[in-house]
Design a protein around this ligand. Structure first.
Ligand code: 6PG
Length: 250
């Protein structure tokens, strides 16, 4: 039986209102997680859409989020230095880390300084495993409280691109991939579907008419996105949510 959740769609007039609402949604889920489990685990997205969301995440949160109980991971990372403008870590540093005060041990970047990308992916998987084993849970069932994802015009999400063998991964949680030439930087590390789909909540955010075909196919037409769009293969345990602007849903 297909245990896929039906995506819950929220449509906002424009990217600014979508970003504000997404930040409030993320804040609320982080607070819930800390209240229930004493800590929260959030995997951040890369790309350009999250910038405004993460600015709101630190500016709108009132009272201030309990950052000392919040752990940040990255659902994917480009294989570039942490100070490279293309780095997803750099995006988070400019929006969240330069404003919110998190203990260094709560910040879990992909080790892009590893000798090889394979080593980097393996070390990151071990970091995820260790983190979830430390909560008294099993390191074999890593359940992020919230994974934030974007979607590309080709339906990719994180760094899971159409037709990539990484989409068929069933054992590893973090793998190295090479993105299509049209989407540099090409060397990346990404969460795999087994890890993503084990999250309590997955929040997709998308804006702009360039995403319209993909968003409508995945969220409105359901099955059509099944085979070709990686983002259509994403599931969650409790909540699968899409926050979009009107431009991206038509
Ligand atoms: C990345 C992201 C990627 C992104 C989409 C959408 O590292 O590039 O994780 O999956 O979310 O490409 O990017 P935009 O937000 O820039 O449209």
């Amino acid at each position: 039986m297909d245990n896929r959740l039906r995506p819950r769609l929220e449509i906002f007039p424009d990217p600014e209102s979508m970003s504000r609402a997404a930040a409030l949604f993320i804040s609320e889920r982080l607070r819930q997680a800390v209240d229930i489990r004493g800590r929260a685990s959030l995997a951040l997205s890369g790309g350009s859409t999250p910038r405004r969301i993460y600015q709101f995440l630190v500016s709108l949160s009132a009272p201030v989020l309990p950052w000392e109980q919040i752990h940040l991971f990255w659902g994917d990372e480009r294989w570039v230095p942490a100070d490279d403008p293309e780095s997803n870590y750099a995006l988070a540093r400019e929006t969240i880390l330069n404003t919110a005060t998190l203990p260094p041990e709560n910040i879990h970047p992909v080790p892009t300084n590893a000798a090889t990308i394979e080593e980097g992916a393996a070390r990151y998987e071990e970091e995820v495993r260790t983190f979830f084993a430390s909560s008294g849970g099993s390191g074999d069932s890593p359940t992020f409280d919230l994974i934030h994802l974007g979607v590309g015009e080709d339906g990719h999400t994180a760094s899971l691109f159409p037709d990539d063998p990484a989409l068929l991964e069933t054992d590893r949680w973090v793998v190295p991939v090479t993105s299509p030439s049209w989407r540099p930087p090409r060397e990346r590390v990404t969460f795999t579907l087994p890890l993503i789909n084990n999250a309590r909540t997955v929040l997709f955010t998308a804006s702009g008419n360039a995403k319209r075909k993909v968003v409508k196919s995945i969220v409105l037409d359901q099955g059509d996105g099944e085979m070709s769009y990686p983002a259509a293969m994403v599931n969650a345990i409790e909540d699968l949510v899409w926050y979009v602007d009107e431009e991206s849903i038509g």
